[in-house]
Design a protein around this ligand. Structure first.
Ligand SMILES: NC(=O)C1=CN([C@@H]2O[C@H](COP(=O)(O)OP(=O)(O)OC[C@H]3O[C@@H](n4cnc5c(N)ncnc54)[C@H](O)[C@@H]3O)[C@@H](O)[C@H]2O)[C@@H](O)CC1
Ligand SMILES: Nc1ncnc2c1ncn2[C@@H]1O[C@H](COP(=O)(O)OP(=O)(O)O)[C@@H](O)[C@H]1O
Ligand SMILES: [K+]
Length: 503
């Protein structure tokens, strides 16, 4: 699991690693530049015209080392030097000296920036990195704004887009990248929705600093990748039976909103549940039985929403229960939820209208069993926890809420964040914008409930479900792009298991 560490700690990690391994900081920068170039070579042609904009710190040093390496590989490279009135960092200085004589390198004056006209296909931003300590001004600001105004070319930021603070929200200007290639671990602020347009696609490349050095500066924040998830799966044997794969119950639906619970139920089955049962109002029985014959249906005749009478059913025979999709927030449904939370103490997932009821009746929060999993999107979270100034504030509130109520918060969105009561936060790496389509959250509810029912720990159920949900979205949207709909994501769940080599 990759540690997400603060900008200040990045420097300390680098220093510690360099000291311990007996290598020079220059060598570490060479590693970083090589990692960038290996990635670059896989994606770009040698006839592309590459402009590398280098500042006076170590980010600029990276850019200079990259320029040298790409030039030697035969790329058409031109270097632009900025911030030359400042004392360069030692490694930046050394890399300026190491630039081959024939590689074109231009010092940019105010006038050059104002009147810049170069025919470039690719702009590489190596102006400033995590060392930024104030908003951009002067030449840096002018150049960043000038580069932002150029269109029709690819813009790549090294480590972090210039101007973005590594751990805070942006105040001022920043480079707008199509792709950000961050070294070793993603910087915290690259995961904030406010910065989505600046970061573009996020890639993380290994530069050889191992977890041991990073973990000394752990802040309990982690970036979840494929290799972390495969290991968290349970193995089932040749003799496994339906009971081993778990019996789950999905509660929800109301007149006109049956699709949500139907999708949650199918997602639970596709995730591997041995049995999925759904509890729906009477008006939804035919819909469920016809559209999802694999699911059992529990319902009271002639009802349009789940009401307090549903408390008569025995929930204890289920290994996990998911509650909320399409359920509505009627008073009688809220009464049901109160009774259900009092009665059932097995693993539960609360989503959608389940969360909206909790927001309307906060006294019910105390009824939640420890480690219940709540899956709000950003707005549902604010209904529960109050207004958030920005994403950083929201993540802090998620941590406070999780601790206070001893529940697990799955804060949905790009880089969904899973917060545990002990303060740890896990940021997901899978998923894309094509998942922003009605019903995709309902699918996640079914998936988490399914993993809980299969006997996964709360932590593994949340991490595996969120990861697979995002990966299923990526697979589903590969050829459908913005035409992707939620049921496409369900169909891709089996392929997502295959991608991880899990049968
Ligand atoms: N050995 C290392 O330390 C490694 C560092 N790496 C790179 O080094 C970067 C961090 O390097 P630095 O700490 O030198 O940071 P920067 O490259 O961000 O530069 C910091 C310098 O810019 C100045 N500065 C801060 N805000 C400014 C502003 N608004 N306008 C103008 N100047 C400003 C600072 O006073 C300082 O002199 C990382 O982002 C990464 O790209 C990588 O090469 C990996 C190895
Ligand atoms: N840009 C994005 N990148 C990654 N995942 C996304 C993105 N947009 C939405 N998602 C995912 O899609 C799901 C949407 O859930 P939600 O808002 O509850 O939808 P609904 O209420 O329609 O079911 C969440 O799991 C979220 O993480
Ligand atoms: K940069």
């Amino acid at each position: 699991m990759l540690e997400i560490i603060s900008g200040i700690s990045v420097k300390k990690v680098d220093e510690g690693f360099v000291l311990d391994k007996g290598i020079s900081s220059h060598k570490l920068m060479e590693n970083a530049a090589l990692a960038f170039c290996n990635w670059f070579e896989r994606h770009y042609q040698r006839n592309d015209k590459v402009g590398i904009f280098c500042g006076h710190g170590n980010n600029g040093g990276d850019g200079l080392a990259i320029a040298r390496m790409l030039w030697r590989k035969g790329y058409d490279v031109i270097v632009f030097l900025v911030g030359e009135n400042n004392e360069p960092s030692p490694d930046c200085k050394l890399n300026r000296e190491l630039l081959p004589d024939k590689l074109p390198a231009l010092s940019m004056s105010h006038e050059d920036i104002a009147h810049m006209e170069y025919d470039l296909n690719i702009v590489v931003d190596a102006l400033l990195g995590v060392g930024i300590n104030r908003p951009l001004e002067g030449d840096y600001k002018n150049l960043v704004n000038k580069l932002n105004s150029l269109s029709g070319l690819t813009k790549i930021s090294i480590d972090i887009p210039t101007g973005l603070p590594s751990d805070d929200c942006l105040a001022g200007d920043a480079f707008i990248a199509d792709i950000t290639l961050s070294f070793q671990s993603p910087k915290f602020s690259l995961l904030f929705p406010e910065h989505a347009n600046y970061v573009g696609q996020l890639k993380v490349v290994d530069i050889g600093i191992n977890q041991f050095y990073l973990s000394q500066f752990s802040e309990g924040k982690f970036y979840v990748q494929k290799k972390d998830i495969a290991l968290r799966h349970k193995n089932f044997s040749r003799f496994s039976h339906k009971g081993d794969f778990g019996k789950v119950m999905l509660v929800g639906g109301s007149f006109g909103s049956m699709g949500a619970i139907r999708m949650s139920s199918e997602a639970a089955l596709r995730t591997g549940s041995g049995l999925a049962c759904c509890m729906v109002p009477g008006c939804g029985v035919d819909i469920m039985q016809v559209s999802l014959p694999e699911a059992q249906v529990w319902a009271k005749k002639d009802s349009d929403c789940i009401d307090a009478d549903y408390l008569g059913y025995n929930f204890d025979r289920f290994d996990a229960v998911g509650v909320g999709p399409g359920m509505g927030t009627h008073d009688t449904t809220a009464e049901f939820l109160r009774g259900f939370l009092t009665k059932y103490k097995g693993p539960i997932v609360v989503d959608a209208d389940g969360l909206n009821i909790l927001a309307k009746h906060p006294e019910q929060l105390s009824l939640l069993a420890d480690r219940s999993i709540l899956t709000p999107h950003l707005l549902e979270f604010e209904r529960l926890a109050g207004h958030c100034k920005n994403h950083k504030d929201r993540l802090q509130k998620a941590s406070d809420f999780s601790k206070k109520h001893k529940v697990i918060i799955v804060l949905k969105g790009a880089h969904t964040c899973i917060t545990f009561p002990d303060g740890r936060q896990f940021f997901n790496s899978t998923g894309n914008k094509h998942m922003a389509t009605g019903g995709s959250g309902d699918i996640l509810t079914g998936m988490i409930t399914s993993f809980l029912g299969q006997g996964y720990s709360f932590e593994n159920a949340a991490l595996c479900a969120v990861f697979h949900h995002g990966l299923s979205g990526e697979i589903a949207s590969a050829d459908k792009k913005r035409g992707t709909i939620a049921t496409d994501i369900i169909k891709s769940i089996p392929l997502s298991y295959l991608r991880l080599g899990i049968e």
